[in-house]
Design a protein around this ligand. Sequence first.
Ligand code: SF4
Length: 372
Amino acid sequence: MELVFEEYRTRRIVNVHRRVNPWFWDKYSATPYVGCRSGCEFCYLRGQRYLPSLDPDRFATHIRLKINAAERLRRELARLEKDILYCGDWQQPAETRYRLSRQMLKVVLEYGFPLLVIERSPLLARDVDLLVEVGKKSWVFVFVSISSLDPQVKRAFEPRSPGLRRRLALMDTLASRGIPVGLALMPVFPFISDGEEALREVIRAAKDHGASVVLAGTLSMDGVQAERTLRVVQKHWPHLEPAWRDLYRWHEEKPAHEPPRAYTARLGRTVREICEAEGLRDRLPRYVVPGPRAWNKRLAEHFHLRAYDLELMEAPLHRVWAYRKAAWSVEDYAGDVLALYRQRGAEGLRSLPHIGAKLAQEAAVWLAAQSD
Ligand code: SF4
């Protein structure tokens, strides 16, 4: 299919998230391209959930470019409270010609926003100079995405994406310039790349190339993306099709969006054990912009981490949700949660929505210890 670049002027570029993402802690996201030349079969952007108007079969050949991306970003960042901006997979072949990502990066630096990048392309090395400056002025973290070190897995699911060795070399380049790097081990393919040895191999490689954090995520399934991904399994691992269908409860028309909780928890526990043995983290510490509500964000992080621990333990869902709602509650609180605690103790914290006596006590102990 012919490759088409379509330029257009966007009316908005920054997505403001209602809730921060407790994995990457981004409040905002912005991207200059719609569609991606790499065209990974599993790419969640092919699903109808996120870009319902996009033709999933032309996702890799019809690339839409927001030619006013930097100009819009400047206008929108000027009005936004400083918080983490996420930009992902923005180093596409089109970038060598249009340089929209680099222009956006200059705007991020100018406004001093903290930046999180998740990237598959070694083209990002071109922008190391700007990333270093963003880190000095505010904060920067780069996750390099690798699903597996097995070349057969790469060829089958992402035949056009940049090579694995080049991605590891990108980690080296970033780490050697002092830019904190992590491995986005996403998606992990069920029964193909989720074995302990395969996980250990890729985690060790990431560590050897400078990574300090590993975030591992399961594969989600959605619409055309799900069908294309299953076709890869049928072609390359036909004996695994029944197990995939069982895992995604795909015996009717549509698969479940996520694997069952027990599968996800088991994967998370395995990755945690390997990370602990290798001296790596399996959660990204939250960067908090200094300011009056900084303690709300730190306490929200604490609650989110507790929710994740409970997920790994497969604790009852109501317990997980209690921590999640408590995190949202302190994040949404318009005042300063530390001031509230200092004035009224645990009783004051209890006045917040979704914070009962036990969580208020836990928050009080945590705030007392951390704010000393
Ligand atoms: S490189 Fe990233 S954005 Fe592009 S197709 Fe692959 S997963 Fe999707």
